[in-house]
Design a protein around this ligand. Sequence first.
Ligand code: 3MF
Ligand code: MG
Length: 343
Amino acid sequence: MSKFKFTVGPWNVHTGADSYGPETRQPISLEAKFAKFAELGFSAVQFHDDDVVPNMNDLSEEEIKAEARKVKAMLDKYGLAAEFVAPRLWMDSHTADGGFTSTSAADREFAMWRAYRSIDIARELGCDLIVLWLAREGTLCAESKSPVTATKQIVEAINNMLRYDDTIRVCIEPKPNEPIDRSFCGTIGHVMGVSAATIDPKRVGANLESAHAVLAGLDPANEIGFALAFDKLFTVHLNDQNGIRYDQDKSFGVENLRQAFNQIKVLCENRYWEKGYVGLDVKAMRTTSDEDSYEHLKNSLEIFKALEEKAARYNYDYADKLIAERKFEQLEMYTMNLIMGLV
Ligand code: 3MF
Ligand code: MG
C-alpha cells in the first residue's frame, strides 16, 4: 500500500499526434478519462484552464465559473479531487511570443486575464494551487527580450496573482528549453530565486518534472531535494527522459531506474506524502493502440510503487555505517543490489 496520493492530467491520455505526424488514436472524453483515472487509483486530477473550460476566451467571467462547476460535479461523481489549474499560455495566438514576458503589452494583459481566470476556475474546483509552466517565457531570438526585465515581469505577474486571491498558492514548473530556445526560469534554483522575490514567498513554490531536470543536465532527485530544503516542493511531475533531446515524457523509471529510485528515496525521507501529491506527466508512445491508452500510466504507478517498497526497505543503519567509513563503492553496490532485487 503506497503512502502517497497520485494525480494526473487529462493530457496524459492523448491522441498520439506529434510535430511530425497526425493523430494515431481516437480522442477520449474528459468524463471517460475521469472514470479510468479513479479506477487506476488516482486521487486527484490536474488541469489546464481550458481543459476545464475549453472555449473560455469567448465566455464571461461568470460563464467560465459556471462551466467549471460542471466539471467539479463530474469530479465529485468519481470521488476525485482537483489538484491544480495551469493557465495554458502557449496555444493561443495571443501567446506566440509568450505570456507574462511577451513583447506585446496586449498579449501580456491577455496572459494576466488567463491567470486570473485560472484562479477563478481553481476556486470553483475546490483547489488552491496554480501551476505555471512558463512555456514561452524565454526567447527564440536571444536579443528580443531583456532577461532582467523579463525576470521582473514574471515576479510581478505572480505578485498580481497573489494579490488577486489571498490564499492561492502559485507553483512554477521550470523547464530550460522547448518550445522556447532559452527559458528565463529553467531550474528549481531559478524558481527559488523568483519565489524569494515575490510579496509572499511562502505561497510560491515549485513543481519539479523529472524530464525537465534531465533536459537542464541536472539530477531530478537533487532538484526535488533543493525545493524540499526550502519547504517549497508543492507538487511533482514524475516521468523519465533519455538525455538531452526533445521532451519525451516517458513512463516513470523506464530510462534510469537508479535515478527514479533516488527521487522516491528523497520524497520518502522527507515525508512528502504529508505535503503534496505525486503527479505523473507521462505520454503514451505514438505506436500505442487505443485499447492501451492507459498502459503508460499503469506502468508508471507500478514502477513507482515497486521502488517505494524498496525505499522503505533501505537499510539506513548499514548505509550510515558505510558512509562513516567512506565505503562508497559498497554503498553504491548495496543500492544497486536493492534495486536489482538481490537483497
Ligand atoms: C511540458 C509540460 C506541461 C506541463 C503542463 C502543466 C503539457 O513539458 O510538462 O505538460 O506539465 O502544462 O503545467
Ligand atoms: Mg509537466
